[in-house]
Design a protein around this ligand. Structure first.
Ligand code: PGA
Length: 240
């Protein structure tokens, strides 16, 4: 892992965003994995700004998002699809037909998992996967568990995740289940860009980088990937 400790969220966004922008300039039809949450927003802002300035086009890029809530309409303001539309996809020239999401409302989650795995393979595999981390060490919605998962699956969210994300749900109860790419799908990405900011992430970041590789801290598996770039602020890095 290459670990960079930077001063501000904006600096992290610029550095992480530049990896995406430079990659797409070199390979316009790149296959990019995206994540939701507060932490990626400065990265997405940088990508949108570069696109608006005409410095890069994302028109041939294909995207796959990590996860999506179950039992929440796709167009609900808190769906991850809407998050990506609001924070990135509506601001860049990505083609709607090249945007891929897990369907949290699919009647058969196993068939949906297979569909997503096949779509990733047919696209040529993910070139760059973006990741944040939960306070409990989750990546995507791979919550602490007894085993590492492989392809996408339906997960029951932990109390820690529900507590962290329910602040965004002011009209309805936060969903208790989600569909997420599995650890195997994440690890098959050729390159991983990871970001974490704030003291609340410090313990999980320490376990990820310095702890043993265990499904009790799903992010620790990244120690076994050969191309991970980690951007942290001083608070997130404070226990290293
Ligand atoms: P956050 O979410 O960026 O909103 O903290 C990250 C995550 O839970 O993966």
């Amino acid at each position: 892992m290459d670990v960079f400790i930077l001063d501000t969220k904006e600096e992290i966004g610029q550095k992480a965003g530049k990896i995406y922008v430079d990659f797409v300039k070199a390979k316009p039809n790149a296959v990019m994995g995206f994540a939701t949450g507060i932490t990626p927003i400065p990265t997405y802002n940088y990508m949108a700004e570069e696109c608006a300035k005409g410095n890069v086009s994302f028109s041939q890029m294909t995207t796959f998002n990590l996860d999506e809530y179950c039992d929440l309409p796709k167009e609900h303001k808190n769906s991850f699809y809407m998050f990506m539309m609001d924070n990135l996809f509506s601001k860049i020239d990505v083609k709607p037909e090249n945007i891929n999401f897990l369907d949290g409302n699919a009647p058969d989650w196993q068939a949906e998992s297979k569909r997503y795995a096949d779509a990733i393979i047919n696209a040529g595999g993910i070139d760059v996967q973006f990741l944040g981390i939960g306070r409990n060490g989750h990546i995507g919605f791979n919550e602490p568990a007894e085993e590492f998962t492989d392809e996408a699956f339906k997960v029951k969210l932990t109390d820690s995740t529900i507590e962290a994300n329910s602040i965004y749900f002011d009209d309805i109860a936060m969903p208790r289940y989600a569909m997420t790419m599995g650890i195997g799908s994440i690890m098959r990405a050729k390159k991983i860009v990871f970001v974490a900011t704030g003291k609340a992430k410090a313990e999980a970041v320490k376990e990820m980088i310095k702890g043993e590789v265990t499904p009790h801290c799903p992010a620790s598996i990244l120690q076994k990937h050969n191309d991970v770039t980690v951007f942290l602020d001083k608070d997130a890095a404070s226990l290293l």
